[in-house]
Design a binder for this molecule. Structure first.
Ligand SMILES: [Zn+2]
Length: 290
């Protein structure tokens, strides 16, 4: 499994136009044609969330991995900068374009760009969004089928449910001590469930998380916000307290728990669907009150 690290480092960089692929720094030992094509692909992928790339510019650095690594993309990292975000990807120099397209790591890292997160605090929130969208983007780019995307999410949620070594800690507390407790799965997938369930509720109302992120991009792409500040903006989009109520519930949770009826429905439903097609979405809010 790839090791991911999402760091926040304030390092102002030169801006680059957001509507084109960014300047990339690529190791000399790598095949530049392959890597540039892949970066173009990734840029296209992140544009699938709300129809355009995130407004804040980003730069990419691609390094070659040690040949001893079995992974195609053994490392991914996002550094938040004042003017420009930076993504660093480490890839196996033997990886083909097709293999790189099929690896989830870049979809995950690019998904971090979808919110103007300050880079620290409530890590579960940022990692949850990236873990949710990595599957959506792979589906929208045709890398995963609808069923595969859903199964990957369900498998991840199950890992999160099973990873409960620190039930004395809330999710917010655990996010600060994730390494110490080896609690990556509960942190990442509790966050994923937050976004998945909120998205379901939004779609029942004819709204969507895609649109919410678009709204956030329009208002606040150049800002550096805490998770709670982002949630407040997302509430403005939804015209309700949906995001903040669920945020507090998730942050204070001591396990990732999904009731059996909801789980069964998740297994049965077709997911995901594009905007305007509400099939395949549950009313989680109603469901969770049972
Ligand atoms: Zn991440």
């Amino acid at each position: 499994m790839s090791v991911l690290l999402c760091l926040a480092v304030l390092a102002p960089q030169l801006a680059s136009p957001a509507d084109t692929t960014p300047d990339a720094t690529i190791d000399e030992s790598l095949d530049h044609l392959v890597v540039k094509k892949w970066l173009q692909w990734n840029h296209q992928a992140v544009s699938q969330a709300f129809g355009a790339a995130p407004a804040k510019p980003y730069q990419v650095t691609v390094n070659a991995s040690d040949y001893r690594s079995n992974s195609l993309v053994p490392w991914g990292q996002v550094n938040r900068g004042k003017l420009t975000n930076k993504i660093r990807l480490v890839i196996n120099p033997d990886a083909t374009y097709e293999q790189l397209m099929g690896d989830w790591t870049a979809y995950h890292e690019y998904s971090h760009l979808l919110i103007p997160y300050q880079g620290w605090g409530d890590l579960w929130f940022s990692e949850g969004l990236a873990s949710y969208y990595q599957n959506i983007l792979q589906y929208r780019m045709g890398v995963l089928t609808q069923e595969q995307a859903k199964q990957k999410l369900l498998a991840g949620l199950q890992r999160g449910i099973d990873n409960n070594s620190a039930p004395h800690l809330t999710l917010r507390q655990l996010s600060r001590n994730m390494r110490k407790h080896h609690a990556y799965m509960r942190v990442y997938w509790s966050g994923t469930w937050y976004f998945w369930s909120v998205d379901q509720t939004l779609r029942e109302k004819g709204l969507s998380l895609d649109q919410a992120l678009d709204y956030l991009n329009d208002c606040c792409a150049q800002q550096s916000l805490s998770a709670e500040q982002i949630v407040s903006k997302l509430d403005d989009y939804s015209g309700s307290d949906l995001f903040s109520v669920n945020f507090r519930r998730a942050a204070n949770s001591r396990e990732l728990a999904i009731n059996k009826d909801t789980w069964r429905q998740l297994q049965m439903m077709e997911w995901p669907r594009q905007d305007g097609d509400q099939r395949g979405y549950l009313n989680i809010a109603k469901e969770s009150k049972k």
